[in-house]
Write a protein that binds this ligand. Sequence first.
Ligand SMILES: NC(=O)C1=CN([C@@H]2O[C@H](COP(=O)(O)OP(=O)(O)OC[C@H]3O[C@@H](n4cnc5c(N)ncnc54)[C@H](OP(=O)(O)O)[C@@H]3O)[C@@H](O)[C@H]2O)C=CC1
Ligand SMILES: CC(=O)N[C@@H](CCC(=O)OP(=O)(O)O)C(=O)O
Length: 346
Amino acid sequence: MSTIKAGIIGATGYAGAELARLLMSHPHVTLAAVSSVSYEGKTLAEIYPNFIGVTDLILEDADAVIEKSDVVFASLPHGLCEPIAKKCVEKGRTFIDLGADFRLYDEADYNEWYGLSYKEKELHDLAVYCIPELDRQKAKGAKIIANPGCYVTCSSLGLAPLVKSGLADLKHVIIDAKSGVTGAGRGLSLTTHYPECNEAFSPYKIASHRHTPEIEQNLSALAGEKVTLTFVPHLLPVNRGIVSTIYVDMTKPSSAEALHKMYADFYQDEEFVTVLPLGDIVNLKNVRCTNNCQISVHYDKRTDRAILVSAIDNMVKGAAGQAIQNMNLVLGLPENAGLKLIAPIF
Ligand SMILES: NC(=O)C1=CN([C@@H]2O[C@H](COP(=O)(O)OP(=O)(O)OC[C@H]3O[C@@H](n4cnc5c(N)ncnc54)[C@H](OP(=O)(O)O)[C@@H]3O)[C@@H](O)[C@H]2O)C=CC1
Ligand SMILES: CC(=O)N[C@@H](CCC(=O)OP(=O)(O)O)C(=O)O
């Protein structure tokens, strides 16, 4: 198999740098080019010293990355990717966007939640939104991939079997999610300043976070009807990881055993989603630095409410790892290539 040349636009951000780290050990890929605006001309290793002795790649401009790569990843703030996607399509490159510019099908949602509009509508018709475990049949050969949001991946995987079963009361779905601080990116802000977030814990953007319509888009597709839910994120003072604790009323009484079987059956062939044995409870540390999602299934028989707990690493399954999984699918590579990662014990 010939080596695929990959490039990263925005390689100096947290998600871009994580992508660089993972692509460097992908068996079928060479990291061919990386870009930055602020640090153009410096080496990636000057920005992130963990790359000293690993790569001499110099940060170039976005056009150089597109020129040198078969697959172009962008990991940029929202609203910048349409022109990049356009150039990639014109030059026959596969384009994978880690941001939100191609995630929402309905422009009105993008308008409402991001305050932005679509300028190149035909590009959006080409884009394929893909959580592989739910959408993988759509990805092969795609020209543009919209890589899903981090909270969205964690929460959608946690809800998919129950929503698809038709046994969920879709008017009563509550997602209580917590993310590590890398989720906010490398940019400096008071909220993520160490003394402000360490020893602290708080929700933010209560029922107003931009991932809400994306989760609803996924669940509506699974349910075959419009789903509206409550989503509350929290900032957790750890570097990586997301845990979503999800509460769903049932349309008729069930049991922990029945619910657990539903989840275990749904994900039985999935390498990257593990349903824990009944009685076990998800812990963030067991998915750190991996492309895995772990789910534990619980049932409150006093209220006939299902409680699902789902955990991922926001930098890997929530961003860079899932982007590689999508690249593997688009190119017909083994889906797990470069992603056989086991969580460190400490
Ligand atoms: N962190 C996470 O957990 C996740 C992030 N994502 C998405 O990935 C993308 C990047 O996020 P993240 O890595 O956290 O963010 P960072 O703030 O850490 O990085 C942002 C990157 O974008 C570049 N950049 C910033 N402004 C511009 C600009 N105006 N023009 C060109 N490049 C620019 C920066 O490069 P430089 O300053 O060197 O030019 C940097 O490489 C976002 O869309 C985010 O939503 C997706 C899932 C999870
Ligand atoms: C902790 C934190 O601030 N998290 C970010 C979400 C992470 C992210 O970058 O969002 P995407 O997955 O859409 O790219 C936030 O709440 O905006």
